[in-house]
Ligand binder design. Structure first.
Ligand code: ADP
Ligand code: MG
Ligand code: MG
Length: 654
C-alpha cells in the first residue's frame, strides 16, 4: 500500500526543484534512524501476510463481469470497525487498507503472528474470516476475489461504467484503455503516482506482454485501437498485448509476507538468503495468464507491474544520449534487487550498481558500512514521485518521510524495512514480495506458511542458497514464462551449504570461500529434491518439523500445505495460470485466436467463485486437501509451546 501521507501532492514539474533536497534529507533521515536503532536487539520473530482483493460484480443477464469501484465504500465501514475494535480488549482481528485501484482492498491480520509454531494453524482461519468480513459488505451479485482481474482495460470493464479519455489534459494516466476512475481516489497518493510517473518519463508507460500464439491468432498480431494515439503508435509492439496505464500492473493483486528479525544483522542476512528463493515462488504461484482479455505467453504479472511504473526517461532507458539525466538505468523501479546487503554476501554481487557518488559518500561519512550504503545509494538513483507541498521541511532527527518516499516506491522482490520512527514495538524487518496471490484461502495460507517455514529452516540450519545476484535476475525472467513450473530450469545450488548466521558470521565470514556453483534445476527438483545430493526445500522443512515439538493439529495442517505445494511443484496439480488457460482452451466460445471474450471470462470467474465458496471442487487445481485451521491457538497448546521454548532457552544459557 505504501506511504499514505496527508497533504497537497506536487506535480512532477513542481517536484523537480526539490528532488535533490528530498534525497539529501532522506539520506540524513536514514543515517539518523540507523544510528538510533542499529543496536536494537532481541526482537522476536514475528510475521504477517498481506492479501489484495478485487471486488467484482456479475451481470448474469448479459454474462459479463466487471470490477466494482466500491473499495472506498467498503473501507469506510471496515476501517470504522477497526477504530471501535481498537478500544476493546480483543483488538482487531484484521486490518484493511486501500490499494491502487478503486476496486481493490488489502487485508492483513490485526496483529502479526509470533514465533510459536502453533501460529501456522491460525493463518488460514484468519484469511477465511477476513474474507468473510469484507464479503458481508458486498451488494447483490458482487463478489470478492483474491486474483488479478483478467479483463482490465477492456470495453466497459468497470461498474459503474467509466470511459478512458486520453485527450483529457488534466488526466492522470491518459490511457486509451483504463480510465482514471479506476484509480482509488480516497487518497491522493495513487492518482498522483500515475500522473508523476508519466510526467517524469515524458510519455505514457508502455507495457508489452508477448501474446500466446494460438492456431487462429493473426500473425503478426497487430491491434487497431479505439483512439488515434501517438504513444500507442510509437510503443505498441506486434505480437504483444499493449497496455498503457499503471493500473494494468498495480491494479493486479498480490500476496506478500513480512518477517521481523532479532536485529539488523539478521534482517540483512535474511534479506539475502530469501532473495534466491523469490523466482522459485513466482513460478510456483503463477496465476496471471490473461491480460486485457488476451491469453499471454507469460503466467505472471511481475514484468507487467515493472513496466507499469517505469518512470525512466528515454535517456535513462539508453534510447538517447545522456544530456539531462545522470545515469543509464537498467531496470524499472519495480524489479529484482541488484545487490545483496549483508557483508558476507558481497562476493555474490556481480551486477555493476548505478549510484550517485555524493550520496554514497554521504552514507559512508554518516557511518553506514559499504554494503548497506551501496544498497541505499542505489535505491536513491530514483527520484521522489510523491512530494507534499506542506511537508518539505522536516525534522530529520525524528522523521523518515523523505527516506520512506523513495524506499516505498522502490518496489523490489525483497524489501529491507527499518523500524518506523513512531512504533517502538516494531523491529528490523524484511518483506518477501513476489508471490502471486491464489484463488483460495487454503492456497494462500499454504504459500505463506511454506515461505515462513523456509525462513525457520534457513535460520535454524544456517543454510545458504546464495547464488550470484545476476542469476536471480535471470531466474526471475524464466519464472514468468508460460508453465515455468513444468518447463523451465533455474540456477540453484544443488548442494547444501552452511552459512554462519549473525552474529558468528561477523567474526567468521563464510564468504571468504564462496561457492558459486549452481546447477540448472527444475522447480520439482528444488522443492522435492533431485534424487541425488539435494534433499529439496520441503523435505528440509519436514526434517526441521520432526525435530520440533508441534501440536497435532498444527502438524496436520502444515502437512496438508506441504503436500499441496509438493504436488504443485511436481506438476501433479496445476497452477492457477495453467488451470485458467485450460478452461479457456476448452470453452466453446473460444476461437483459438488468443482472445478471451466476456462470456468466457464470466464463466471462468463464476466457476472460480463457486470453488472459492466451497460449492464446487476442482482437483486439478487444488488436489484433495483440508487443513485443521482454527481461529485461536488453544491455551494448553500455547502454554506447552511457551514452556518448551523457555526450557530450551535455559538449557542454552547453561
Ligand atoms: P507494507 O509496508 O508492505 O505496506 P506493513 O508494514 O503495513 O506493510 O505490514 C505488512 C505486514 O507486516 C502485515 O502482514 C503485518 O501483519 C506485518 N507486521 C506488522 N508488524 C510486524 C512486525 N513487527 N514484524 C513482522 N511483521 C509485522
Ligand atoms: Mg499492497
Ligand atoms: Mg507490502
Amino acid at each position: 500500500m505504501g506511504l499514505l501521507t496527508k497533504g497537497t501532492p506536487l506535480t512532477w514539474e513542481e517536484t523537480v526543484p526539490y528532488v535533490e533536497y528530498i534525497k539529501k534529507h532522506g539520506i540524513v533521515q536514514f543515517i539518523n534512524l540507523y544510528h538510533r536503532l542499529k543496536n536494537r536487539e532481541g526482537d522476536q520473530l514475528k510475521w504477517g501476510d498481506e492479501i489484495e482483493y478485487t471486488i467484482v460484480k456479475f451481470d448474469h443477464a448479459n454474462r459479463k463481469i466487471r470490477v466494482s469501484l466500491r473499495a472506498d465504500d467498503l473501507l469506510q465501514t471496515l476501517q470504522a470497525r477497526e477504530m471501535v475494535n481498537n478500544i476493546t480488549s480483543e483488538g482487531n482481528p484484521y486490518l484493511w487498507r486501500p490499494e491502487f485501484a478503486a476496486y481493490m482492498i488489502e487485508g492483513t491480520p490485526g496483529v502479526p503472528y509470533g514465533g510459536l509454531l502453533a501460529c501456522f494453524n491460525v493463518v488460514e482461519s484468519n484469511m477465511i474470516l477476513r474474507r468473510a468480513e469484507a464479503s458481508r459488505l458486498l451488494k447483490k451479485d458482487e463478489s470478492l476475489f483474491s486474483i488479478s482481474f483478467p479483463a482490465l482495460g477492456t470495453n466497459d470493464f468497470t461498474d459503474p461504467p467509466t470511459a478512458p479519455n486520453p485527450h483529457d489534459e488534466n488526466g492522470a494516466g491518459r490511457s486509451i484503455f483504463f480510465s482514471d476512475e479506476g484509480i482509488y481516489s480516497g487518497h491522493p497518493r495513487f492518482r498522483n503516482l500515475v500522473r508523476n510517473i508519466r510526467g517524469r518519463r515524458g510519455e505514457k508507460v508502455a507495457i508489452n506482454v508477448p501474446i500466446y500464439k494460438d492456431k487462429n491468432t493473426p500473425s503478426p498480431f497487430v491491434e487497431k485501437f479505439a483512439f488515434d494515439d501517438e504513444d500507442a503508435k510509437r510503443s505498441a509492439l506486434p505480437d504483444h498485448i499493449y497496455m498503457d496505464h499503471m493500473g494494468f500492473g498495480m491494479g493486479c493483486c498480490c500476496l506478500q509476507m513480512t518477517f521481523q528479525a532479532v536485529n539488523i544483522d539478521e534482517a540483512r542476512w535474511l534479506y539475502d538468503q530469501l532473495t534466491p528463493i523469490t523466482p522459485i515462488l513466482v513460478a510456483l504461484s503463477a496465476s496471471t495468464p490473461i491480460f486485457r482479455s488476451y491469453l499471454a505467453d507469460v503466467d505472471s504479472r511481475w514484468n507487467i507491474i515493472s513496466a507499469s511504473v517505469d518512470d525512466r526517461t528515454r535517456e535513462e532507458r539508453g534510447l538517447e544520449p545522456l544530456q539531462h539525466n545522470k545515469f543509464v538505468i537498467n531496470k524499472s523501479r519495480y524489479d529484482t534487487t541488484d545487490c545483496y546487503i549483508y557483508s558476507c554476501s558481497a562476493p555474490y554481487n556481480d551486477i555493476p550498481l548505478e549510484y550517485d557518488e555524493n550520496i554514497y559518500n554521504q552514507l559512508l561519512e554518516g557511518g553506514i558500512d559499504e554494503y548497506l550504503s551501496k544498497h541505499i545509494a542505489h535505491m536513491f538513483i530514483r527520484d521522489p514521485l510523491q512530494v507534499y507541498k506542506e511537508r518539505i521541511e522536516q525534522d530529520d532527527a525524528k522523521s523518515t518521510e523523505h527516506f520512506e518516499t523513495i524506499q516505498s516506491s522502490n518496489w523490489m522482490n525483497m524489501r529491507f524495512k527499518p523500524p518506523p520512527p513512531d512504533a517502538p514495538e516494531i523491529g528490523w524487518r524484511v518483506e518477501f514480495r513476489p508471490t502471486e496471490v491464489q484463488l483460495t484461502d487454503f492456497e494462500n495460507a499454504a504459500y505463506c506458511c511454506f515461505v515462513v517455514l523456509l525462513t525457520r529452516v534457513i535460520i535454524s540450519y544456517k543454510l545458504t542458497f546464495l547464488s550470484k545476484i545476476s542469476k536471480v535476475g535471470e531466474n526471475m525472467k524464466r519464472a514468468q514464462k508460460r508453465d515455468a513450473v513444468l518447463n523451465q530450469k533455474f540456477h540453484f545450488r544443488n548442494k547444501l551449504a552452511n552459512c554462519m548466521a549473525p552474529p558468528e558470521a561477523r567474526q567468521n565470514c563464510p564468504a571468504k570461500n564462496p561457492s558459486f556453483e549452481t546447477e540448472e534445476m527444475t522447480i520439482n527438483e528444488i522443492v522435492n529434491g533431485d534424487g541425488k545430493e539435494f534433499p529439496g526445500l520441503i523435505p528440509l522443512i519436514r526434517q526441521f518439523l520432526d525435530g520440533a515439538d508441534v501440536d497435532v493439529d498444527t502438524r496436520c495442517t502444515i502437512t496438508q500445505y506441504l503436500n499441496f505445494i509438493q504436488k504443485r511443484a511436481s506438476g501433479e496439480i496445476w497452477t492457477l495460470a495453467h488451470w485458467m488457460r485450460e478452461f479457456v482452451m476448452h470453452h466453446e466460445d473460444y476461437k483459438h485466436d488468443s482472445h478471451v471474450p466476456d462470456t468466457i471470462i464470466y464463466d471462468l470467474l463464476k466457476y472460480m467463485d463457486e470453488i472459492n465458496k466451497g460449492e464446487k471442487h476442482c482437483e486439478n487445481l487444488l488436489g484433495c486437501f483440508r487443513s485443521k485451521t482454527d481461529s485461536k491457538i488453544p491455551n494448553a497448546v500455547r502454554r506447552a509451546e511457551e514452556q518448551l521454548i523457555m526450557s530450551l532457552a535455559r538449557r542454552k544459557n547453561h
